[in-house]
Each structure stands twice: as C-alpha cells, then as structure tokens.
Design a binder for this molecule. Structure first.
Ligand code: KG4
Ligand code: ZN
Length: 337
C-alpha cells in the first residue's frame, strides 16, 4: 500500500456526525451535523445518538465530498474515529468507514479522538512546533498532554472525575439551562461579574477534579434559594461568570504548573471547552505574561469535527499506518495504541 493523497474522514464518537476530506495535508471540506434531539434530556442519550448518526451519516459524507469537489474515485483511504466515545455512536462511523473502504478497495485508517483534538492544530497556521503542551478540554476529557511528535504523546495530568465540559454542563443543568450548557454559561457570563467564589479542589500533581466544584455550587445555590427563591433568576449572569471563572482558574493554574515543570512555552488549547470565551481571553493574557506562544484552533475545529480526524489520519497515512477490516470500535481506547 502507498501513502494516500486524498482521505475521507468520519467522526461519530458522541453526538456530532461529521465528515471531511483532506488532500496533500490540506483540508478541503468539513461538514458537521449536530444532533439537537438531546437538548430535552439534559445530556446525550446513547440510543438516540446512534439512531441519529444512522440517518445523518450518508448525507453528511455526500456533502463533504461535494464541497471538496471530490468523487469517490479520488478517495485513496477512509479514516474513522475508533474511540473513545459511545459504543453505539462509534459503531455507525466505523461500520460506514469499513463498508466504504471495502467497496472502494482503499485502506482504512483508525484515529484516536483525543489525539485528533490535538492534531486539529495542524489544520491551519499558526501551527505549534514540537515539543508542545496541549490542554485538551472536552465534554468527556480533561488532559494536559506533552506532544513530542505527531504520534508521540505523554499524558501529564488528567481529570480524576468529571471533565471540564461536564462541569459546565452539569452546573448548567442545576441552573435550568439547556444541554449542552457550556455555550449558554459562556454567553450569560459575558454580562455578569464573577462575584461568588467556590473552594478549589485539593489535588496534588497535574491532575484535575471538578466534581467537588459542582457539589459546592449545588449547596451554595440551595442555601441562597432558602433566603430568596428567585436567587438564580435574579443573579444568573453573575452565577455563570463565577462558575466559568472557577473552571478557567483551575484549568490555567494546572497548565501553568505543567509548562513550568516541562520548561515549555509552546502551549495549545484543544477540545470543545476551548471555544469558551473566558478561557480564551484568560489564556491569552496569561500567555502574554508568561511569554508563551499560544495556539487555539478556530471554533469549528475545537468542538467535535471530522476535519481533525482527517488531519490526524493524514499523519498516520504518511507513515502507512493502516487498520485491518476487523478493527473494532473501542469506547475506552487508550491514547497510545
Ligand atoms: O470536544 P467536544 O465537542 O465533544 C467531546 O468530545 O466531548 O466538547 C463538548 C463540550 C460540552 O461539554 C460543551 O458544553 C463544551 O464542550 N463547550 C463549551 C463551549 N462550547 C462547547 N463549554 C464552555 N464554553 C463554550 N463556549
Ligand atoms: Zn471531542
């Protein structure tokens, strides 16, 4: 097998159905269908997610090929997220990718979802230089990763319980905001003051913990509502600004420690939570203070998208790292596999 020049990539690990085309390392299209069905349930419902992937996946792939002005004859490999993620969701993307690879007689490339969030930094300039540190913050993960080369990662710290995105989403649920609450908290925080403070987790090393923060917020709101039943409605912006500032401070404190420990000033943010405007602003001013070169991808490449899968697949394709057609999705796929 040879190095594929044109790759079709598929992402279906959670609640976004996405397809992208990359040629010679340049992303030509990136089409994402975000499932809205989960909004009424306060979280992703796995059964509904896989059904929705099934109906969206073919039109999304067609659109990605059309936008890239690419025909199926041009595709020289099919890439797909193998994990981590929801089993039923992963199965749809993996089955589709295998079917296409078999029908088109091209190789299959498997991609790790969290590696792809990091590789999103190589879609557009400015690109970080190796080695760099990446704070990957999503709905399912919170990690600080040292990246020495496209496939050489070392996880320096990670969450021991909830992910940063979950901290936003679960707090938002307590506040009565729709799922996913992260973007709503972000928007409301922009007109609020971070006037309430919550205790910081007491965790050693470079790991994170967010479950204590969620509980502290819950107890705080309970106590305030006893004094004033309308407390949340009357102070929603300030509560959101306070929650956001607590999460951002926890993330950036750890990132600063990691940068100092590793002696690195090439710093990157990745994952859905890096769309957060409070995190972006605070990270930019910290970068100025610490003389970091800070890299944050465009919003469309921060949240789940197949463009990042295509980019990660491009690197794997260059090394002719192909998967067998017996490859199975793995909801808990480890980062180095
Ligand atoms: O990376 P992602 O799209 O999916 C996962 O792999 O989890 O991340 C989704 C997470 C959700 O928890 C969502 O609330 C959060 O990213 N998120 C945000 C913002 N946009 C998305 N959190 C805070 N502020 C935002 N602007
Ligand atoms: Zn993700």
């Amino acid at each position: 097998m040879t190095k594929p020049k044109c790759i079709l990539a598929i992402e279906s690990s959670c609640d976004d159905t996405s397809a992208a085309v990359i040629r010679e390392g340049t992303l030509l299209s990136n089409v994402t269908h975000t499932q809205e069905v989960h909004q009424n349930y306060g979280g992703v419902v796995p059964e509904l997610a896989s059904r929705s992937h099934l109906s969206a996946i073919v039109p999304v792939i067609d659109e990605a090929l059309r936008k890239a002005s690419c025909s199926k004859q041009d595709v020289e490999a099919v890439a797909v997220t193998r994990g981590p993620g929801l089993m039923g969701s992963l199965l749809v993307g993996v089955s589709m990718a295998k079917g296409l690879a078999l029908a088109w007689k091209v190789p299959l490339i498997e991609v790790h979802h969290m590696e792809a969030h990091i590789m999103a930094h190589f879609i557009e300039a400015p690109r970080p230089t190796f080695p760099f540190l990446c704070l990957t913050v999503s709905g399912g993960h919170t990690q600080i990763v040292r990246v020495d080369a496209p496939a050489r990662f070392e996880i320096l710290g990670q969450t021991l319980d909830d992910a940063a995105g979950e901290a936003f989403d679960k707090t938002g649920k307590i506040l009565g905001l729709p799922y996913p609450a992260g973007p709503h908290i972000d928007r409301l925080a922009q007109t609020g003051e971070a006037s309430y403070s919550f205790p910081k987790p007491q965790i050693q090393g470079l790991d994170f913990s967010f479950s204590g923060l969620k509980t502290a917020i819950l107890y705080f709101l309970r106590a305030e509502k006893k004094k004033n039943v309308n407390f949340v409605q009357e102070n929603l912006e300030d509560i959101c600004a306070s929650v956001q500032s607590s999460i951002v401070n926890i993330l950036l404190e750890r990132l600063t420690e990691a940068a100092e420990k590793e002696g690195l000033n090439e710093i990157a943010l990745a994952g859905g939570v890096s769309a957060n405007s409070g995190l972006r602003t605070a990270a930019k001013s910290l970068a100025e203070k610490k003389s970091w070169n800070l890299y944050i991808p465009q919003l469309q490449y921060c949240t789940d998208n197949a463009g990042m899968i295509a980019m990660a697949a491009w690197f794997r394709g260059q090394e002719e790292l192909f998967a067998g057609l017996d490859m199975k999705p793995d909801p808990r796929l480890p980062m180095t596999h």
